[in-house]
Design a protein around this ligand. Structure first.
Ligand code: NDP
Length: 318
């Protein structure tokens, strides 16, 4: 059978914890979901090392291995998982149209969006080299590995302020690297940072390089952009907290989003402003951004899709 212009009940876009959990629930509810993985099958967790905070893995698990478990569980119930990226969508009328790899059009009664968000990085080669070996974009995920040690964190927004205070509880010393002479974060968050004795704020400070011994991070080389003086701060961990970009470019003009591009959902649900289109995981969550919260909202999206289809099939008389 040709796969051109096929129609599905439930199409899932994205393959992180939200997408796979939606797939498990949708498949078990017999919605026969098809999932397009996107270019990074498995999502952000495939770029991490140890995951110790996902319930059910008492000894922890490597991120890629955990996503492999998610995939197998989704497949076990019949999810049709396909490698490919969604290049455009048309949600202007039902059924919704989704174009895959720019050539193939699929129509879908329900679409579950789980395209996630991408952490912004400084763009230094050393940052890539030590990613997962001392460099991290998530203090809540990885702070524990630096218990009692010295770390640096770059950023000056609410995330950096929150993560610095989180790290300060675990670590010996936290160096907060702020590129301007002031924070962007809210006053309350800044006050909390400044009141934490083991956080040292370095203003007007930019990261030049993350230094290491080939295996682990050992220091960060910084420059003061006022005095042009460079220095090295010995640290074992380096956290980047300069923001995330939700992966929503293809939904612009189709779905309601906030000014930074996060999809808006009806509070307490995964419903977007378009009937039959649901959003879950980091693509609609700038606050929690955890695998377990993404998975929870993936479950909600599948239940919302199932109930939407059931209501369409058996409308309740007014
Ligand atoms: P933001 O975009 O608010 O802040 C990013 C920060 O990173 C800015 O201070 C920016 O500096 C800095 N930055 C960007 N690029 C670089 C770079 N190359 N080198 C050094 N620093 C850099 O992102 P957040 O993730 O902090 O917050 C996102 C949203 O989520 C915000 O609306 C925030 O309020 C919200 N949030 C709320 C929380 C809460 O209320 N509990 C917790 C966490 C987030 P500069 O200021 O110089 O531009």
């Amino acid at each position: 059978m040709s796969q051109e212009n096929e129609h599905v009940e439930c199409l899932i876009i994205g393959s992180g914890p939200a997408g796979y959990t939606a797939a498990i629930y949708a498949a078990r509810a017999d919605l026969k979901p098809i999932m397009y993985t996107g270019m990074q099958a498995g999502g952000q967790l495939t770029q991490t090392t140890d995951v110790e905070n996902f319930p059910g893995y008492p000894q922890g698990i490597m991120g890629p291995e955990m996503m492999e478990d998610f995939r197998k569980q989704a497949e076990r119930f019949g999810t049709d998982i396909r490698f490919g990226y969604v290049s455009s969508v048309d949600f202007s009328s039902a059924p919704h149209k989704v174009v895959v790899d720019e050539i193939k059009t699929i129509t879908a009664d329900t679409v579950i969006i789980a395209t996630g968000a991408t952490a912004k990085w400084l763009g230094l080669p050393s940052e890539q080299q030590y990613n997962g070996f001392g460099v991290s974009a998530c203090a809540v995920c990885d702070g524990f590995f630096f218990k009692g040690q010295d770390v640096a964190i770059v950023g000056a927004g609410d995330t950096a302020a929150e993560e610095a205070t989180y790290l300060a509880k675990l670590c010996n010393k936290v160096h907060l690297l702020v590129r301007r002479d002031e924070f962007r974060a809210s006053k309350a968050m800044v006050a909390r940072v400044l009141a934490t004795p083991n956080i040292e704020v370095h203003y007007n400070t930019e990261t030049q390089e993350i230094l290491g011994n080939g295996k682990n991070v050992t220091a960060v080389k910084v420059i003061n952009n006022k005095s042009n003086i460079t220095s090295e701060i010995p640290v074992e961990g380096f956290f980047v907290a300069i923001g995330h970009k939700p992966n929503t470019d293809i939904f612009k003009g189709q779905l309601e989003m906030d000014e930074t591009g996060y999809l808006l959902t009806k509070p307490g649900s995964t419903l977007t402003n378009i009937e039959g289109v649901f959003a879950c995981g980091d693509v609609q969550d700038m606050y929690y951004r955890q695998a377990v919260t993404a998975a929870g909202s993936g479950c909600m999206a599948a239940l919302d899709a199932e109930r939407y289809l059931a209501a369409k099939e058996h409308p309740v008389e007014a």
